[in-house]
Design a protein around this ligand. Structure first.
Ligand code: ZN
Length: 239
């Protein structure tokens, strides 16, 4: 009985290594993808702020042209006012000048508020850029570690693959099919130690009578709670 279980435990050790490696190989690419999407989102935030700055600069262009036109109107009015003869003409021109001055002040206000916005966006951009640059170093480092981890896991998987087939041939057929059935639902852990009557899989106590039977080693004992195959010893070498 003990030899039967020893072969099975050896097989389980190899299969668990393969299982853990394969689980990691499923998980790590997802984590890399998450990091990539964080980097992409940060880049997009920078692009968005660049676009805001560019569109504010664009809005300034026609206003500056209008300001120049307005100045030309004012200059022309200044030249004309010296040649004016009647009070009526003077008042009309003065009204024109007042309107142009008002318009000039309005445009200047708008341009100032746009420039103010641009300044704030530039500060914000710098803040985002700096935090992105320092975070990027950490994120790229994490990514590299995940790539290394994948390489390690692939090596572990490849190293253990093949060994499992060889070990399978050495395990009793009935026991093997029992093991295969249980491991499906137990994340690969189908054989566990039962220490002082406690199942190493589900951590529940098994009835004392059953534990005694297990220690005697006359037959294969399953945990009544989790159905895993039990062995009575604290270390696998004693099996
Ligand atoms: Zn159990």
């Amino acid at each position: 009985m003990k030899d039967l279980l020893a072969d099975l435990i050896a097989l389980q050790n190899v299969e668990l290594e393969i299982y853990k490696a394969e689980e990691g190989l499923k998980q790590s690419p997802k984590e890399i993808e998450e990091i990539d999407s964080i980097i992409t989102a940060r880049r997009r935030a920078l692009d968005a702020i660049d676009e805001e700055i560019a569109s504010a600069e664009e809005r300034k262009v026609p206003l500056e042209a209008e300001l120049n036109e307005n100045q030309a109107i004012l200059d022309a009015a200044d030249a004309r006012i010296k040649r004016i003869k009647t009070n009526k003409e003077y008042l009309a021109l003065q009204r024109e000048i007042d309107l142009a001055k008002k318009r000039k002040a309005d445009i200047e206000d708008t341009i100032l508020s746009i420039m103010d916005k641009i300044d704030r966006k530039i500060v914000e951009r710098e803040r985002i850029k700096q935090s992105f640059e320092s975070d990027k170093v950490i994120l790229e480092d994490k990514k590299q570690k995940l790539h290394d981890h994948i390489t390690e896991l692939e090596a572990i998987r490849d190293e253990n693959k093949g060994q499992d087939e060889r070990l399978r041939k050495g395990v009793d057929v009935t026991l093997l099919s029992k093991y295969d059935r249980i491991k499906q639902s137990k994340k690969g852990l189908a054989v566990v130690a039962c220490i002082d009557g406690v199942c190493g899989g589900c951590h529940m106590h098994i009835p004392p009578q059953l534990f005694n039977e297990l220690v005697r080693g006359d037959r294969i004992i399953n945990c009544p709670v989790c159905q895993r195959i039990l062995y009575a010893n604290t270390s696998p070498e004693d099996v």
